[in-house]
Design a binder for this molecule. Structure first.
Ligand SMILES: NC(=O)c1ccc[n+]([C@@H]2O[C@H](COP(=O)([O-])OP(=O)(O)OC[C@H]3O[C@@H](n4cnc5c(N)ncnc54)[C@H](OP(=O)(O)O)[C@@H]3O)[C@@H](O)[C@H]2O)c1
Length: 250
């Protein structure tokens, strides 16, 4: 049990990678505060978890909601050991097409929300004698995709924010960033609309990896677990692609 009695907040827990991370962390003994907006999906997930867990519905772009997630962890568990910041949105459209409001919302949901949650959580993480944060970015931080300007910019911001926060909060809190390639969740199917041939975009993304398949949410959950656990006690400020080898191809 790699996370026995550890307490984590997981955002974007109602679907895809966040859901797989919640399941994996619970299997390893973590108590969880789950974030998302889809209450029905959250109810179904809560029934599958092996450990004490609570869901608080809300929009991660609201600073007060992030504060409430931390307060709920303290109220229910008396401490907070770690975070997995994973909620994200796409905000598709080229720069000339994209409404200013959509740009701002994408940056708020993908990037500024992580600042809000860190701001609320770090004082408690520093005092927990554990302190581990995993931030879910994307290979979009390094590799451009058509019609994803706000997405790519927000994900690049997360890489920089992770490394910067790791410097300020070491050694008490370890902060690492993961950058997935194409993973089979509703998200990647929605992103296909931005590619020249939406009908084949997802299939091609899988074929384009060196291992010739899309990632599964569980592939990402295993890396998140490793980084969140004491197995990674010498790792902070790291940025890890997990992409079936896409970035190695250049
Ligand atoms: N799938 C990929 O190929 C891929 C690749 C690289 C990185 N990523 C990143 O991985 C993360 C998870 O994506 P996924 O693929 O697992 O997608 P997903 O299945 O669509 O899940 C997205 C999650 O984010 C939550 N969310 C979105 N906007 C939110 C908001 N404003 N407030 C609160 N929660 C919000 C959703 O919750 P509700 O539905 O309950 O609102 C959902 O739980 C994202 O940050 C994404 O950018 C995805």
């Amino acid at each position: 049990m790699k996370l026995q009695n550890r307490t984590f907040i997981v955002t974007g827990a109602t679907s895809g990678m966040g859901r797989a991370i919640a399941l994996e962390f619970s299997k390893e003994g973590a108590k969880l505060i789950l974030s998302g907006r889809n209450e029905e999906a959250a109810e179904k997930l809560l029934k599958l978890l092996k450990t004490e867990a609570y869901f608080l519905a809300g929009d991660v772009s609201d600073p007060a909601y992030n504060q409430r997630l931390v307060e709920l962890a303290l109220d229910k568990f008396g401490k907070l050991d770690g975070l997995v910041t994973n909620a994200g949105m796409l905000g598709l459209g080229s720069i000339t097409e994209l409404e200013i409001e959509k740009w701002t919302k994408t940056l708020d949901v993908n990037l500024t929300s992580v600042f809000y949650l860190l701001k609320s959580a770090l004082p408690y993480l520093e005092n927990s004698n554990y302190g581990s944060v995993v931030i879910n970015s994307s290979i979009a931080a390094f590799k451009s995709f058509p019609n994803h300007p706000s997405y790519c910019a927000s994900k690049a911001g997360l890489v920089a924010l992770s490394k910067q926060a790791a410097v300020d909060y070491a050694p008490k809190v370890r902060i690492n960033c993961i950058c997935p390639g194409p993973v089979d969740t509703p998200f990647i199917h929605a992103s296909a609309a931005a590619f020249p041939d939406p009908a084949t975009a997802v299939e091609n993304a899988g074929k384009n990896t060196l291992v010739q398949r899309l990632g599964e949410p569980e592939d990402i959950a295993k890396l998140a677990l490793f980084l969140a656990s004491e197995d990674a006690s010498w790792i902070t400020g790291g940025v890890y692609t997990i992409d079936g080898g896409i970035m190695a191809k250049g």
